[in-house]
Design a protein around this ligand. Structure first.
Ligand code: PMV
Length: 329
């Protein structure tokens, strides 16, 4: 097998220099059935499939400009070239751009800062789209998703709006591991962000994922959990069956956290407020309010509900940031 990354590069059209600059946008996404664990860390190939909802107007807007030297401005602030953020982004661009081209990047997150959702997913998906616009390409959507995946696994899903499934694939070169839209937006569907802490995570998601796969005996149960949850969530999205979607998504997220807690050294992202909020969600549900929670690699909760529960939830959690997932205009 030729090197899979070289093979991908051979599929790219020529790097033309017609445009001096280009701007693109990609939404953040929240997984309803999580991606947790890689079978290939260089190609970012997942152990299982996953399914997410993109966050519409909440994501990353990025402008690339041809320049003499690489520079990065993130939310208005210059980023030092020695930082991991800078190095990771440019190492990723090096996979796709003409090696002779230098770029200034101006990147802006349109997600509320307090939401703690400034994820790598929208940034890497947006970087692919911006390079595509800069070089005047129109890549096949599957290739766009595969390229974004090389930046961060969850970025493979952020190249689409609405509900999106990332197929695990089985090919060693990852050419069958890309995301595809499952269903368009569900206008009444809401995501609510309950921020517990904006502090940097004690363990990054890449390390946490790797540690779980390597040390948690419980991880062997994870593929079976996904095999159960993913088709249910996909069908619930298609049927707009909120109860099945919410129940399955919450169960999936808690099972993912169980595998992290069972790793060594343990990865416990939860803070006391995380469990307080989770219990409050369960109390509201027991009182008849259809609301479920999901959590990613951090202590913050994302509530899943439909528009009619919005006022009750705002009363219960005044700090709730309510997000619709209609695409950015
Ligand atoms: O794509 P990464 O490496 O940032 O990992 C994302 C992992 C989770 O957010 C916890 C789950 C997911 O599917 O997005």
């Amino acid at each position: 097998m030729s090197d899979p990354i070289r093979h991908l590069q051979s599929l790219l059209p020529p790097h033309n220099t017609r445009h001096e600059s280009a701007t693109a946008y990609a939404p953040a996404n929240i997984a309803l059935c999580k991606y947790w664990g890689k079978r290939d860390s260089r190609l970012k190939l997942p152990v299982t499939g996953s399914l997410s909802v993109s966050l519409g107007a909440h994501g990353t807007r990025m402008t690339l400009r041809r320049a003499e030297a690489d520079t990065l401005v993130l939310n208005g602030e210059a980023v030092d070239p020695g930082t991991a953020t800078f190095r990771r982004l440019f190492a990723f661009l090096d996979l796709i751009r003409d090696p002779a081209h230098r770029l200034t990047i101006n990147s802006h997150n349109t997600i509320p800062i307090a939401a703690g959702l400034a994820s790598s997913a929208s940034a890497f998906a947006c970087a692919v789209k911006a390079l595509e616009a800069l070089y005047g390409w129109d890549l096949p959507p599957q290739l766009r998703s595969i390229l974004a995946r090389l930046g961060s696994g969850s970025a493979s899903r952020s190249v689409f709006d609405g509900f999106v499934e990332w197929h695990a694939g089985s090919a060693p070169d990852g050419m069958d591991s890309f995301a595809e839209p499952v269903a368009p937006v569900w206008p009444e569907f809401r995501i609510g962000i309950l921020t517990v802490s904006e502090a940097p995570k004690p363990v990054g998601s890449t390390e946490a994922m790797e540690r779980t796969v390597r040390t948690a005996p419980l991880y062997t149960a994870w593929p079976a959990q996904v095999a159960h949850d993913l088709p249910r969530i996909r069908q619930a999205v298609l049927d707009r069956d909120f109860e099945t979607l919410g129940q399955t998504a919450e169960h999936n997220a808690l099972a993912m956290h169980a595998t992290m807690i069972a790793s060594w050294p343990p990865v416990i992202y939860w803070l006391p407020e995380t469990t307080d909020h989770l219990h409050a969600v369960h109390r509201l549900r027991a009182e008849g309010l259809p609301v479920y929670a999901t959590l990613d690699a951090g202590p913050n909760l994302k509530l899943l509900y439909t528009a009619e529960a919005g006022n009750d939830l705002k009363a219960a959690f005044p700090q709730l940031i309510q997000i619709e997932h209609t695409p950015a205009p």
